[in-house]
Structures are given as C-alpha cells and as structure tokens.
Write a protein that binds this ligand. Structure first.
Ligand code: MOS
Length: 741
C-alpha cells in the first residue's frame, strides 16, 4: 500500500497545546466544588499504629475530613490484587505499617494549603519493629518468584552449563549491582475523583492505562466497570510508574465518597519516591565460558532483586541473556528477597536495562580476556535464530545496526588497549553494547466515524504518555483512509472510547496502530460499497476488488478537492455518519516467530582520574524496530531512552536509610537525573527494517529499547579510558579517583 504519512518526520499534533499550556493534565481539570486531599505517611518502616491524633487537624480551618484506618470505609477488594501487573495497595484498611511513608491518613480540605497545614498536624504513635532495608542483609531469605511478574519463568536452562564452563578455555566469574531508581515524571501522579451518585465514579487520573484503572477501581468499590469512567488526555511522563493504580487513586475516590465532594489528590515529589513503585536494586552474578575464538560456550546469569513483604515484583534481568547470543549452554535464575519496602514496579525497559548492564559489561570483559575487539566478539556470537527455542526471528537487523552505528561513530581504528588516548588531563575511551527489547502486542480496539463534512474521527481508549500517540495514530488513520492528515482527528484517553491496552511494554504503537488501521480500512470498504451503489459516484458499478483495496482511491478520484467524495457519497446515501469499529488481537503467525527489536549503542567518554570526573562525549544508537511510524517522534523516544540510560550509568540512585528504611533521596536536588550539561550530542540511526509478522504495519515499538545497553556502553567506555571496571551503578567519582597511571 502507499503510505504518504507513515514514517514522516512530523511535529506532534499536540505540541502547541503542550508548550502553550492548553493541554489539560489530570490535576488541571476544571471540576466545580473540588476539595483537596493530602496523604499523611507513616514515619516508621515497619510496625503497628497504636494511635493517630487527628483532633487538631480536624479543627484546622477548612478541613472537611481526616480519614484514618479507624474511620475509613472498609473495602475488602482493596487488599489483594486482581491481575499480575496490579499492585497490592494500602488504603487505610488496617493498622499495619509495611513501609516508610505508607499512607496512614488522608486529610481533605477546601484548599490545598489548608489540607497541607492540617496534614502536618496529624501525628501517630507506633509499635515499631526493626526493619531490613537492603536485600544484601537478608539473602538467605530469597524466594522463587511466583509466575505472573517478571520473566515468563523464573529459571531457564539449556545445555549442560556446569560441564561447558568447566571445559571452557576462557572463563569469567563476575558480579554486578544496580541500585534502586525511582520514578520522577515531570507530572506527579494525580487523581481527581468525582462521584455522580452513589455508584457512578469518574476519575481524572494521570495514568498509563485508563482501562486498567477502571477495572481495578470498579473492583475495589464493588461497581460494574461500566459505572467507572477514567479520563486522561495528556500525561506528563509515565515510565511504568503509572502503569497500575496505586494507593492514592483509591484514597482519592474514598475521600470523595466520605466528604461528598469531588476530591483532587496530587502526590508530592517526596511521595513519588515511595508510593508509586521503583526499580528494585539487583545483585547479578554472571559466569561466562568461551573458546579462544570468542564463541560463547556457556553463560550462567543469576539475579537477586528486592521486593516488598506483601507483594512481588521481579526485575527480569536475565531474560535478555536467554535470547541475545548464540550459546549452547545457558542457565538463568531470578530470586526475590522480601524486605521492608514498598513494592517495586516496572521502570522503563524493566529487566532489559539492568540486565544488559550486566551481560553487555561481561561481554566487554570477555573481549579483553580474548584480546578481541568487543564489536567483533558480538558479531562472532550473533544469534541467527532465537537460541531459546530455535524459532526464526520475525526480523532482525542487528548486524546492520552494528555496522551503521560503528560507521557513524568511527569505531574502526579504536585502540585495543585501555588508557591509550588522552586529551590533556583527560583519558578518553569508547565502548559498545547491544540493545534489545521484546516486541509484544496486545488486543486493541478502535472506532472510525465519517461525518457529512468529510471529516473522520478516529477513537481508541489508549494514552499518549509523551510518546506521540496522537500524532502517529493520525498518520496511520490518514494512510489507511487515503486522506490528508487534517481530515482526521484522533481521540484517546477515555474509557468511554473503544478499549485499548495500557501504554506500557512498548506495545501501544504496534497494538493500537493495528486496530486503527483496520477500523479505517473498514470505513473505506463501507464507503466504497456506498459509492458503488451510487449512480452519481464515479465509482458506480465498479467491483469492490477494483477499488476497495486501493488506498486513497476514493480521495484520488476527487482531486483537487480531496475530501469531497467522502462527504458526497455519504450525503447521497442518506446516512448522517458512517461508523466502523475494529478489534485486533495479536496475529497468529506471531507464535511461530521470536519477536524482538535490536540495536547497537556506542559511547565515547572522558575521565579525569585526578578528580574522578566522568563526561560522556558522544552517544550513537542504531536501532531497527520494524516500521517507524514517525521519524521525529521515534527519534525523540530513542534519544530520551538513551538519556535515561546515561542517567542510569552516571546519576540515578535512590538511597534508603538502613536504620529506618526511609527514602533519603526525596527530591530532584538529591535524586539526580541527567541535566543538559550531562547530555552529549546523541545520534540516532533508524535502520530500515521490514517485518511482516509483528503487526500488519510491521511496527515493533520503540518506547524502551533506547534505554537498553547504554549503561553498559558507557561503563565499557570508562574501562577503555582508565582501565577500571565499574560493576556497580551509578558510576561515581570514588570509582574513578586515583586510578593508577
Ligand atoms: Mo513501561 S516500564 O512498561 O511503562
């Protein structure tokens, strides 16, 4: 088919609204009579509440209610979770404190300031229990995770790893760690809850999944799902932390119910560090065996990560190790250590970002043992089929990514030894790593409505979390309709629209584009039917085969007034509008193939060992992820992912007080993300790739792959510069100070 719009470098359709403030985020929704709620958090890490003093807060000006476990309505369904990606939440249902900052009260007042003031007047006493705040303190308590989170299975094994490691002429045993990282989107989590009658709940919620929030809140409040509507037109960043409704959503709805008022609840920056999940700390051990030609003979990758005592989340670091390289013997495991913390959750490229740090660092270490170029080592171990099951890849352009990235970066001629290049007091180095992410697809629905003015409204209950959904779905629809972009409006972010999946897992583009494409093609088909039957239409009497499958046929016949045939045919048909709805599931061929996107990351760094200063000079990422829907928004996602990876390498690190399990890093002054001065020129190369399996448009998704491999590429470049191997993120000055000359 011809696709004049798909792939174009087009500015976001919602860009002007966002930069002018016209885009309305959840907390900005104008709701009459809205009251303001503030969560009061526990000041211990574990124990039981013995008393909560609320009288002073209740007397404070403007206060409408102070809700504690003693007064909160009981919500039996709030205690568990209904789907694996749900989290067990804390909604004032008992007197137990499971983690520091857990909600123990909600204060509702007429104004935000009154709520904040009154919240500061609530005090509690506790029976306190000693906490364990770091998994390393309790490794003996490690458990096998239940199915349903993390990798498809906790452990994997192919071949005889012990024998292959014993026989390998080259063997490495390595250990890596990654820290707790916390979600810090620009827009904090926020909910406005409005009860329209006792069993009709509307939520304006900053979420990555309006339908996920609807299902969960309906369950918690014992309502039919049809009685809950969730609306969310713009999201100021969501990276997994807004993937499931956390405690505050239920508490906002509860507060609205108790006070009989619409209630707005916005988490503070400090509360984001504890109430909406985090990337768990991981301890990863890797054993590699290789022959002298660099061919991998065995890999063992064992992962331990932290979870809470009441829920499980597994950071699936070793999933990449199972599939990334051709290797006959691979064993992997994931274990969890429950400690006194809130439950971790998905954070952009969960598992692949942390796992590739270990695996791609280990490959680099192996390259030095072999005295082999690290890029050559990766080519030597290139997996032609998925080594887990021998399935063919639906498409794989990794070798092309290596080549394109190496050419752009200028990899050739890189000195093989460390500390080989200098610039004044700086030592210079370069490193490489492979990037990869699965390409999952979920069921999705979409509706297309043609109105008499020739305009097409396309709707799906998906989200635009900053990724460009509004724009790319308009492109997909316009191409499927053979229409100009301005003939199409795309709406999202409302459970009143056809159901679409949560915008997580990099699967919005692939899942929703399939549904949008199909709904629009159905619309063209139905319109063609009307035109064929219409004696005044130029298409009258043609067969559907002659026109129905030709993109743009209806418009093309009416040049130059391109929209006329839509309107004219519809008008003469006597119908006010033509509506089509499509539902798509993952295609059956997908099961026959292994579906992943791949890429290559190249990093250049400089290190001043006198002061331990690390600067990243350059990043190049070459990615192949099937069809790119919009070159500009794709590049934006990939650059953003790489900046995230740079943050993992150099900056992001949440710190807990080991005595209390309190998060010490509570704002962006303490929790460091890359700032402009940290970020070098970043080149993104979009390597062309055709894929006939992933979805009907060949879209794999690019929301997360940009993060993967980056921390390893930077750590590898640091080693190349100074000869120091940093196996712990983030890389800090103390790792690099006084490195031997
Ligand atoms: Mo992503 S971590 O699936 O939002």
């Amino acid at each position: 088919m011809t696709r004049p719009w798909i792939g174009q470098d087009l500015a976001r359709l919602d860009g002007r609204k966002k930069v002018t403030g016209a885009a309305t985020y959840a907390a900005e929704t104008a709701v009459a009579q809205v009251a303001h709620a503030i969560i009061v958090g526990a000041t211990i890490g574990r124990g039981t509440i013995t008393a909560i003093a609320t009288a002073e807060a209740e007397r404070s000006p403007g206060v409408l209610a102070v809700i504690t476990h003693a007064s909160a309505p009981m919500l039996p369904a709030a205690r568990g979770k209904s789907k694996p990606q749900d989290r067990v939440i804390q909604a004032l249902q008992d007197d137990e404190v499971r983690y520091h900052d857990q909600p123990i009260a909600v204060v509702v007042a007429e104004t935000l300031e009154q709520a904040q003031h009154a919240a500061a007047l609530v005090t509690a006493t506790y029976d306190e229990v000693a906490v364990i705040a770091d998994l390393a303190a309790d490794l003996g308590a490690a458990i096998v995770p239940e199915a349903g989170n993390g990798p498809s299975k906790a452990d994997s094994r192919r071949g005889d790893v012990d024998a292959a490691l014993a026989a390998a002429p080259i063997r490495l045993d390595l250990a890596y760690t990654t820290p707790v990282e916390t979600h810090n989107p620009m827009e904090p989590h926020a909910t406005i809850a409005v009860w329209r009658g006792p069993d009709q709940l509307t939520l304006y919620d900053s979420t990555q999944g309006v339908f996920t929030v609807r299902r969960r809140l309906a369950e918690i409040f014992g309502l039919d799902v049809g009685r809950v509507r969730v609306i969310n037109h713009f999201v100021g960043g969501g990276f997994g932390g807004k993937g499931a409704p956390w405690s505050h959503v239920t508490l906002a709805a509860m507060a609205a119910k108790v006070t009989g008022r619409p209630v707005k609840l916005v988490l503070t920056r400090a509360q984001l560090q504890s109430l909406v999940g985090h990337r768990p700390r991981t301890l990863q051990t890797l054993a590699l065996g290789a022959d002298r030609a660099g061919r991998l003979m065995a890999i063992r990758h064992d992962v331990v990560s932290e979870t809470s005592r009441f829920d499980q989340f597994t950071e699936s670091c070793a999933a990449v190790t199972r599939m990334l390289y051709a290797c006959p013997a691979v064993a992997t495991s994931h274990r969890l250590v429950p400690i006194d913390i809130p439950t971790p959750t998905y954070m952009r490229a969960p598992g692949e970002s942390t796992g590739t740090f270990a695996l791609e660092s280990a490959l680099d270490e192996l390259s030095y043992q072999l005295r082999m170029d690290p890029l050559t080592l990766r080519r030597v171990n290139h997996a032609v089929v998925d080594p887990q099951d021998g399935k063919p890849w639906s498409s794989k352009s990794l070798l092309a990514c290596y080549q394109a990235g190496a050419d752009r970066f200028g990899w050739a001629g890189r000195p093989p030894t460390t500390r080989a290049r200098r610039d004044g007091g700086w030592l210079l180095g370069s490193g490489v790593a492979t990037a990869t992410r699965p390409a999952p697809q979920q069921p999705a629905s979409a509706r297309a409505t043609l109105t008499a003015d020739g305009h097409v409204l396309v709707q799906a209950g998906t989200q635009d979390i900053g990724t460009g959904t509004y724009t790319v779905m308009t492109q997909v629809a316009a191409d499927a309709l053979g229409a100009p972009m301005d003939a199409v409006t795309f709406e999202l972010g409302d459970t009143a629209l056809p159901e679409a999946p949560s915008s997580v897992g990099s699967f919005t583009a692939t899942s929703v584009s399939a549904a949008v494409h199909r709904a629009c093609r159905q619309l063209v088909g139905e319109l063609a039917g009307l035109a064929i039957a219409d004696p005044r239409s130029p298409l009258h009497g043609l067969t559907p085969a002659a026109i129905g499958n030709q993109d743009g046929a209806l418009f093309a016949l009416a040049e130059p007034a391109r929209r006329d045939p839509f309107a004219a045919v519809l008008g003469r048909s006597g119908k006010a509008a033509l509506v089509t709805e499509a539902h798509t599931e993952a295609g059956p061929d997908r099961a026959l193939y292994s579906l992943h996107a791949f890429g290559a990351i190249f990093a250049a760094v400089r290190v001043d060992p006198a002061i331990g200063e690390l600067r990243v000079d350059r990043l190049v990422g070459a990615f192949a992820a099937g069809t790119i829907l919009n070159a500009r928004t794709a590049r934006s996602q990939l650059v953003g992912g790489m900046v995230w990876g740079l943050g993992m390498a150099m900056r992001e690190h949440s710190v807990r007080d080991l005595r209390t399990a309190r998060m010490v890093t509570r704002d962006l002054a303490d929790y460091h993300v890359p700032v402009h001065a940290d970020v070098p020129p970043i080149d993104v190369i979009l390597v062309p790739e055709e894929d006939k399996v992933v979805n009907e448009l060949g879209v794999k998704g690019i929301g997360e792959i940009g993060v993967t491999g980056v921390a390893a590429a930077i750590a590898n470049a640091v080693h190349h510069a100074v000869g120091v191997r940093v196996r712990e993120l983030p890389i800090r000055r103390e790792h690099l100070l006084d490195t031997p000359a």
